[in-house]
Structure formats: C-alpha cells, structure tokens
Design a protein around this ligand. Structure first.
Ligand code: B16
Ligand code: MG
Length: 215
C-alpha cells in the first residue's frame, strides 16, 4: 500500500456543518416563492453545487424560472447564507478536526480542501482554519461537480502528490464516488449505512489516528 502523503478534505459536513445555514437560506428562498421543503429533502443538497441545488429545489416546488431569474434568486440565497456565515466562530469546527490537522502537519502530510462551495475561503477564515491548508480547490476552480473526480484530482496536483498517495475525507455519497473515480482512498465521515462505497467510515475525527490513515 502506497504511503499517504496528502489528505484532501471536503468542507461542509467534514470540517464544519454549514448545511444548517444552507438549509435556512434555501428555505427562505422557497418560502418567498410560495412553497416549503423538509430537512429530509435538504439531505439531497449536500455536496451539490449552488445552481444544481436551486434546480432541485425549484423542481420540488413545481416552479419554473428563466435563467436570469434563477441567477437573481441564487444571488439572494447566497447573500442570506453569507449573513449567517459571517456569524460563525471557531467553536463550530467539528470535533477532532483541529487536532487531526495538527497531527498531519507534524508528520509532513499535505492538507488540501476539495469543496463544491464558492465561499470556502471565507468560511475557513471565519473558523480560523485557513492557515492549515496547503491548497484550496473549490467551486471557483472547477467546472465538473462531484461525483466527477475533478476537484480531488486538482487537489492532488496542487499538493504535488499522486492520486494513490491521497486520502479523501467526505460526508457525501457523490464525494466518495468522486474520490474513487480519481483513484484515491476514501474515508467517509458520517453513517456507514449511507457511505457504503467508502473504504471505512468514522463518526468524528476523534476516531482518526495516523495508523488508520495507511490502511
Ligand atoms: P456555495 P461541500 C457544498 O459544500 C455544500 O454541501 C452544498 O450544500 C452547497 O450547495 C455547495 O457546497 C455550494 O456552496 O453556495 O457556498 O458555493 O460539501 O462540497 O464542501
Ligand atoms: Mg460535504
């Protein structure tokens, strides 16, 4: 087994739980358009890009908009979302994440972000995690969504590592599929019943050790 030289992290659901803020902002959009959707439906939006999320939500509400109107609503949603993001604090970093990133740094393992979000740098700044990352690949750098491996292949390249030397941490099924499609190992963060294609699944980073990385 090739030694791991880089760890690639998804953002929402792995480093921090911004899904609750996305839900609030998308729900406001739906309500203003005259319908509602559930937290259960919101699960389907995890890891999905902004415009693809909007298309799904409009489909749920049976609402048709022009491309210009869609862009306008997506911008409104993003502003509402950012209002919530601006109130985030470092206390919101998920359990065990900071200690694990420090451990990786101490052992010379590269750290990269691989997120669909166009707001990732702002979020990392708010939670004071920006300095841990050697590379950030996010919604601003990609034109193909997970399960396409693009975001992680660019992450591997940015750290100067081969895909086989990388481990991806992901909370979304499409993210695990993206890692696998890119020839990388994939550790799920969340439920083993959902993330069935992951090599293994952790509930939180408190379960991670260096030994578990080189499996
Ligand atoms: P933005 P991830 C994803 O983040 C979120 O899970 C998803 O709900 C969101 O729509 C997407 O980012 C785009 O975010 O509107 O900020 O560009 O899980 O890929 O880190
Ligand atoms: Mg995610």
């Amino acid at each position: 087994m090739t030694t791991v030289k880089a760890c690639l992290f998804d953002l929402d659901g792995v480093i921090v739980d911004t899904a609750v803020y996305h839900f609030q902002a998308w729900r406001r959009l739906a309500n203003e358009l005259g319908f509602d959707f559930t937290e259960h439906q919101n699960e389907q939006l995890k890891g999905v890009s902004r415009m693809e999320s909007l298309d799904l939500i409009l489909q749920w509400g049976g609402v048709t908009l022009t491309d210009a109107e869609k862009l306008d609503w997506a911008n409104k949603k993003n502003q509402w979302y950012l209002d919530l993001v601006m109130q985030m604090t470092p206390n919101e970093v998920l359990p065990g994440v900071t200690a694990f990133l420090i451990l990786l740094r101490e052992n010379g393992i590269k750290i990269a972000l691989g997120s669909a979000s166009k707001n990732s740098k702002l979020i990392l700044e708010r939670i004071q995690m920006l300095s841990y990352f050697d590379a950030i690949i996010d919604g601003n750098n990609i034109n193909k969504s997970k399960p396409d491996p693009q975001v992680f292949l660019l992450g591997a390249e940015a750290t100067g590592c081969q895909p086989a030397e990388c481990v991806v941490f992901e909370d979304a099924v499409a993210g695990i599929q993206a890692a696998k499609a890119g020839g990388m190992r994939a550790i799920g963060v969340g439920s083993a019943e959902v993330l069935t294609q992951a090599d293994f699944v952790i509930s939180t980073f408190e379960e991670m050790t260096l030994g578990r990385l080189n499996f």
